[in-house]
Design a protein around this ligand. Structure first.
Ligand SMILES: [Ca+2]
Ligand SMILES: [Ca+2]
Length: 162
């Protein structure tokens, strides 16, 4: 089913949990796998205008400002931090350009941390072994999981970035 709502003006923060359908990101109705955390706020955008957003994420707390003014300051106990991904989507207005995107502190690139908990340990080893012979545990870009990938995981054992 395609959500044919008119897109709302402003910014929303939505959570995607597991598989989802595209229409859940659009409009005022949450779809499968999508839930609105907060919003919309900030009103519509003015064409040709540069906005400066800051997203300050910490476990359980999300703060968003636009041009120094608060848009959201929300407590979200479901946001544990250090997990998942963040994506920015622009709907209904053409020519949205995301530029000068900075992430501070710089996240540690830790590809063997399959479960994204900041440490490479037996949990990640189990995931790699479960993916043996398939592409889903591949750390060497050869589309298979084998002893080479195991060696990378074991060599990176412990906390990410150490
Ligand atoms: Ca891990
Ligand atoms: Ca491999």
């Amino acid at each position: 089913m395609i959500n044919d709502d008119t897109a709302e003006a402003g910014l929303k923060i939505k959570r995607i949990n597991g598989s989802y359908t595209w229409d859940g990101l659009w409009g005022g109705t949450d779809g499968i796998g999508v839930s609105t955390i907060v919003g919309p706020a900030g009103g519509g955008w003015t064409a040709g205008t540069v906005y400066h957003f800051v997203l300050d994420l910490s476990p359980g707390h999300i703060v968003v400002t636009r041009d120094g003014a608060p848009l959201f300051d929300v407590l979200d106990p479901e946001y544990a931090g250090a997990q998942g991904s963040i994506a920015l989507y622009g709907f209904s207005q053409d020519n949205i350009i995301l530029a000068n995107v900075c992430i501070t502190p710089t996240p540690t690139f830790c590809p063997a941390d399959f479960n994204h908990d900041g440490v490479i340990n037996a949990s990640d080893l189990a995931i790699l072994l479960g993916a043996w012979g398939t592409a889903s545990g591949d750390l060497t870009d050869d589309r298979t999981t084998n002893a080479q990938d195991l060696a990378i995981l074991l060599g990176a054992w412990g906390a990410c970035g150490r």
